[in-house]
Structure formats: structure tokens, C-alpha cells
Design a protein around this ligand. Structure first.
Ligand SMILES: CC(C)(COP(=O)(O)OP(=O)(O)OC[C@H]1O[C@@H](n2cnc3c(N)ncnc32)[C@H](O)[C@@H]1OP(=O)(O)O)[C@@H](O)C(=O)NCCC(=O)NCCS
Length: 441
């Protein structure tokens, strides 16, 4: 297949799209740039090979941008765009996920990633993706119009002493088996049920579930081994998801949902025992001793409440970087959610205009009897006298229910409102509600 050249950067460097033939070289590059230890490297190689195989539902083999030094034929910088669908209180929206961003150390600080991001942002726009999201190193992506406004990871952990023991005459009330093809409808329903705890979720369709269960390479860093939890009669009671390799001395659980009619209090002790045993087994296979078990389920999860004392170690979440290049378009899409929130709040049937400044531009929301009639962009010369002012992009903390007005004001003293009612109206439109997202890659 011909290499599609996007741009000649200088005499030797070309920016081009990837092809399937690049798979091994990109995998080697990603391992060298991003790998932190043996299992991380294995996971990165499997992930890259999966992406470039063209077998996954969210990626095609030409979705990497690569900078090649034609004098050596080597790839010296790379990133990619993974296309996903997420949902905002149930309303689907398209998301572009720039990932695997890296430059060889001899070629850094020449703007190679900046150039590739221009391309990825253009691709994302062409795909109709209203939002871009990155898991990334601290600070860096702020330079490209991103703000850190959605919880990423976080969880609780315990040690061997916290693993609940079965009583002598007790048999394990819940058992675990790897999910099979026939479990997909149950998994989809149970995942959907748990999704309501989060403001934002990733949408998992059947093809994605199938790919997760049967398509990915064994150690793909983003693969989860999905186990069905069964009660003693063999009825599915829930599911859990576990990474295929240990995170050092820890065995982590990153997904845990239960079906209707079951109780977190009943099932969770069995989950801990299974997690611990899996950690011991994988620890032997992977030469990583088992010392810690963890529930990596975000800032909040029902399991934390029912076994608080068994998970003494707390890790606060990191954050996704979020970019919303056309905020009025995004707010228009989620308008039904905003109107429903208003109807449930003190601002029921509200009529009025809310002008919000981002100091260089802004937006105007016009409400009529609780309906959000228009959402218009405002230019610099139109933002005087706004009811609320936010430094650029900090408004995303509200939009993604990450922080409330009081918290944003505390963090940014140049976030201001004309009166308390404006604060309450903004909090009513965008109530704080943390999300823990199982993103797809
Ligand atoms: C971070 C990394 C991708 C940057 O690559 P790069 O090709 O040097 O990036 P660019 O030159 O395009 O950077 C764009 C801007 O960020 C600046 N910049 C570069 N590295 C930076 C860093 N680590 N922190 C903050 N700013 C940085 C550049 O100076 C440039 O600024 P300018 O446009 O105002 O001149 C590269 O250092 C790398 O591969 N690091 C190791 C892997 C890694 O951490 N990847 C990110 C995973 S999320």
C-alpha cells in the first residue's frame, strides 16, 4: 500500500498516515517511547498491533500520524486518533481520542506533536466528533486547547489481612468464570444498568463487547478479562473486569457491576477472594509477587461503601484532558439533559438570558418557560456585561459535572458571577456528578 504523505516538514522529515505495513515498527517505537517495565512494554506492543491490525471496531490501520526521517527510514514521532461514542446522561456523542503520543528524544521540541495534533483535530472534526479526550502527562495538552475536567481512574486498595476469610463450614457463595459469546446480552444490560451512576459513559455496542472478549491480543494493555459472577444455582449475578497482567505487586479490578436482585454486600467478599487468588496465580506466571488487591473503580462506587474497612488505601482520580472546539454545538446536542435538570430544580419554568464570558469570547443561553431556546456564540466585542466569567476552558469543569461553581471559583479567582442566583442557575444546569468511564481502545 502507498504511503499517504500529509506534509513534507523539512528536507528529511515527512508527516504521513500509517499503513498496516508499519505495525511492527510503530509497535517497536511505542515500546521504546512509552514502555515502563516488561509487562507495560508487552501490553503496549499488543495494543499497537491490535490497533494497526484493522480488526477492532474503533480504529483503521491508517489512523496513526507518523513522522518519518527519510534519511534513516525510521519513525521519529507518532500519535493516533481512536474514534469512540460516549454518552452524556444517556445522549450519545462522538469522541476522538488522540493516544500513543510520542517523539524520539533526538527530535523533541521541534513542534512535531503540535503539527500532528493539527491533523488529528482536523480528522476528528471531519468525523463529526464534538469532543476530544486524552489520557496524558500533566500539563502538556493544555497547550492544545484541553482542560482536565473528567475523572480518570482512582480507587481503593487493601492487603492480604483485608481479604475476608470463608468460615470453615461455608462454601463460596459466588463463583467466577470467563465470559462467553452467549453472555454478551447479559453483559450489555448489566453494564448499562451501572452506567446510570456516572454522568458520562462510554457506549459499548455488541461489536465492541465481542472484540473485547475474543478479538484483542492477550496482553493488550487495555484488554480486560471479563468474568461472570454466578450464584450457587449458576445464575449470573454480575461481572468483573481484570487487566491481563498485574500492575506491579497489585492485582486490580477495573470493572464491577451486579445484576438486578443481587446485593453488593453479599457478592463483594467473594470478589475480593477471587481477586486475591487471581493475583497469586498471575503473580507466579508473571513473576510479580501478590501483595495488594485493588478496586480501580473511580472516585465513588457502591462496593467502596459496603467494604470500606477492607479497602483502607485511597487513591484520588487523575483527570482526562477534554477539548470541546464548538461549545454551542455540544450544548445544543445535550439540550434535553439541561432542560430536564432545570425542570427538576428551583429554576423550573425559568425565562431569561444567561450570558457567559470566556474573556476572549463567550456564549449566550436564552431560556423561555424552561425551554433552552437558543445557544449562541459571542464574539469578544459582545461579552461586556456577562453574568458569569470563566477563564478559557475552565467552563468545561461545569459542563462535565466535574466541579461545582463554588469549587471553580475557589480554584480560579477570575471566575466570577454577578449575583448568587447566577451561580445557582449554573449549578442547576450542570450539577456535580463524578464519572468513572470504561473507555474503549
Ligand atoms: C511529550 C512529547 C510527546 C513532546 O513531543 P515533542 O515532539 O517534543 O512536542 P512538540 O515540540 O510538538 O511540543 C509542542 C509544544 O510543547 C512544548 N513541550 C515539549 N515537551 C514538553 C513537555 N514535556 N512539557 C511541556 N511542554 C513541552 C514544546 O516546546 C512546544 O512548545 P511551542 O509550540 O510553544 O514551541 C515527548 O517529549 C515525548 O515523547 N515524551 C515521552 C513520551 C510521553 O510522555 N508522551 C506523552 C504521553 S501522554
Amino acid at each position: 500500500m502507498d504511503k499517504e504523505i500529509i506534509r513534507q516538514i523539512d528536507e528529511h522529515l515527512i508527516l504521513r498516515r500509517s499503513t498496516q505495513a508499519d505495525a511492527q515498527e510503530v509497535a517497536r517505537f511505542n515500546k521504546e517511547i512509552h514502555g515502563e517495565g516488561k509487562w507495560d512494554e508487552i501490553g503496549l506492543v499488543d495494543w499497537t498491533l491490535d490497533l494497526l491490525s484493522g480488526e477492532g471496531p474503533t480504529f483503521t490501520p491508517d489512523d496513526f500520524t507518523l513522522v518519518e526521517d527519510t534519511s534513516s527510514g525510521k519513525i521519529v514521532s507518532a500519535c493516533c486518533l481512536i474514534s469512540q461514542t460516549w454518552a452524556y446522561e444517556g445522549i450519545p456523542f462522538k469522541v476522538g481520542r488522540p493516544e500513543l503520543v510520542g517523539t524520539h528524544k533526538d527530535y523533541r521540541r521541534k513542534g512535531l506533536i503540535r503539527q500532528q495534533f493539527d491533523v488529528l483535530h482536523e480528522w476528528s472534526k471531519q468525523r463529526g466528533e464534538l469532543v476530544q479526550v486524552i489520557t496524558g502527562i500533566p500539563y502538556y495538552y493544555r497547550q492544545f486547547g484541553y482542560e482536565m475536567t473528567l475523572n480518570l481512574g482512582g480507587g481503593r486498595a487493601g492487603y492480604e489481612a483485608h481479604v475476608p476469610e470463608l468460615k470453615e463450614d461455608e462454601t463460596e457463595p459466588y463463583t467466577f468464570r470467563l465470559a462467553e459469546e452467549g453472555d454478551i446480552p447479559f453483559l450489555m444490560e448489566t453494564y448499562q444498568r451501572g452506567s446510570s451512576r456516572n454522568m458520562v459513559n462510554a457506549v459499548w455496542d455488541e461489536a465492541q463487547w465481542r472484540y473485547e472478549l475474543f478479538g484483542k491480543r492477550k496482553y493488550n494493555i487495555n484488554r480486560r478479562m471479563i468474568y461472570i459472577i454466578e450464584d450457587q444455582s449458576g445464575k449470573p449475578a454480575g461481572f468483573i473486569g481484570i487487566p491481563p497482567h498485574k500492575w506491579g505487586k497489585s492485582m486490580m479490578l477495573t470493572l464491577y457491576e451486579i445484576a438486578e436482585g443481587f446485593a453488593w454486600t453479599d457478592i463483594t467478599p467473594s470478589v475480593i477472594r477471587f481477586l486475591w487468588q487471581t493475583g497469586v496465580r498471575l503473580g507466579e506466571e508473571q513473576d510479580q509477587p501478590q501483595q495488594i488487591f485493588g478496586f480501580w473503580l473511580g472516585e465513588q462506587h457502591p462496593a467502596y461503601d459496603v467494604i470500606d474497612t477492607l479497602l483502607p488505601r485511597k487513591r484520588q482520580p487523575y483527570t482526562y484532558y477534554v477539548r470541546v472546539p464548538d461549545l454551542p454545538a455540544f450544548l445544543n446536542l445535550v439540550k434535553p439533559v439541561l432542560e430536564a435538570r432545570l425542570a427538576e430544580s428551583s429554576f423550573v419554568n425559568y425565562t431569561g438570558e444567561l450570558k457567559i464570558s470566556f474573556y476572549r469570547d463567550g456564549i449566550r443561553l436564552k431560556f423561555n418557560q424552561g425551554r433552552l431556546e437558543t445557544i449562541d456564540p459571542l464574539r469578544f466585542d459582545e461579552i461586556e456585561g456577562c453574568a458569569a466569567n470563566f477563564p478559557p476552558f475552565t467552563f468545561f469543569h461545569l459542563v462535565f459535572s466535574h466541579r461545582n461553581m463554588a469549587e471553580i471559583k475557589q480554584a480560579y479567582t477570575d471566575c466570577t458571577t454577578d449575583k448568587d442566583e447566577t451561580m445557582h442557575l449554573l449549578d442547576a444546569l450542570f450539577p456535580k456528578k463524578p464519572s468513572s468511564i470504561w473507555d474503549i481502545a
